[in-house]
Design a protein around this ligand. Structure first.
Ligand SMILES: [Zn+2]
Length: 323
């Protein structure tokens, strides 16, 4: 039986948040089950004070309960209002989810780089449907390399009760490649492992503007703020070596030393010197360099090594001015 008082209270609470117009109710009867995720059997997710709610037909549960039930860690980044779910792979684990993570990250196209898998993270910003899934590695020099992609969620993470972080079960679990089902009769969401672990598709190296390394801050660009669309660009890659950059070495045209993870070379007929841009799948970059051979709709992305430049090859991406 639904508790009507509670339903009304929850509706007015959520209305205050003005995050959405979807039907929202709190209901003790909604349950969430993990099927073969952290054990071989079925485990119901335990809830304390805050029960699952529904928002736009999606079940949201407290992030901590979600993470613990799925064998993940959850952290909160205050400046960017972003929740980060972290799944650590372990091929020898007795938890199916950790073995799944090991297999999934092993299937990520590493662009020919020598890298050690670290973890898989999902960054969900409050009141935003844009999330980012990242497969994180450590390269041979000990730097972080994140390969991932933005993920468009149907629902959104929200804060309720003055601070309880609620995440959508389906979106947050599907981001990791898990299956999510729903039984209307019993109001039960259930999470299960896929039969086969697919190679994550559509992913690219993600970097973080301003960090100075070819590395991704876990939350810094979780939700890209982008301005005017410039166009679809041919993206090539270069390094400071003689082959890529001739006599220039690590020197850029307008910003001193080349900074992989930040520097791009552009054709100034399209992008002005020192413009801040956002390249889909890469992140924020600064037009610090140019080159005589660049086509108008081409961007040369600086990377640390020639091997990386070769491995990354040529791709096509949408490019925006950063706001
Ligand atoms: Zn090179």
């Amino acid at each position: 039986m639904r508790n009507i008082t509670k339903v009304v209270a929850a509706v007015s609470l959520i209305t205050l948040l003005t995050v959405n117009t979807g039907i929202v109710f709190a209901d003790d009867d909604i349950s969430v089950r993990m099927d073969g995720v952290i054990s071989e059997g079925s485990d119901y997710v335990p809830f304390d004070d805050v029960k699952p709610i529904q928002l736009d037909s999606r079940t949201l549960i407290p992030a901590r309960a979600m993470a613990e039930a799925a064998g993940m860690e959850v952290t909160w980044d205050q400046p960017t209002q972003t929740a980060i779910l972290t799944l650590t792979p372990n091929a020898d684990s007795d938890k199916p989810i950790e073995r799944f993570a090991a297999e999934a990250i092993s299937k990520v196209n590493g662009f020919g780089l020598e890298m050690t898998p670290k973890n898989i993270t999902a960054a969900l910003r409050i009141n935003s449907s844009r999330a980012v899934i990242r497969y994180n590695f450590t390269d041979s020099e000990g730097d972080n390399v994140s390969i991932g992609k933005p993920y468009e969620m149907v629902s959104q993470a929200v804060l309720i009760n003055g601070g309880t972080l609620m995440v959508p079960v389906r979106d947050s679990m599907e981001m990791f490649g898990l299956n999510v089902g729903w039984t209307q009769e019993t109001l039960c969401a259930f999470v299960s492992m896929p039969e086969t672990v697919a190679e994550p598709d559509g992913i690219a190296i993600i970097s973080n503007h301003g960090e100075g390394e070819y590395a991704a801050n876990q939350s810094g660009e979780a939700m890209p703020v982008v301005g005017e669309y410039i166009g679809r660009f041919k993206i090539t890659h270069y390094c400071p070596c003689e082959i890529c950059n001739g006599g220039w070495g690590a020197r850029t045209a307008w910003a001193g030393e080349m900074n992989p993870g930040q520097t791009i070379a552009v054709n100034t007929n399209v992008i002005p010197p020192l413009a801040n841009v956002y390249i889909d799948g890469y992140g924020y970059r600064i037009a610090e360099d140019t080159g005589s051979g660049l086509e108008e709709y081409q961007i040369d992305v600086a990377v640390p090594t020639h091997d990386m430049a070769m491995a990354l090859g040529v791709v096509y991406r949408d490019v925006y001015y950063a706001e």
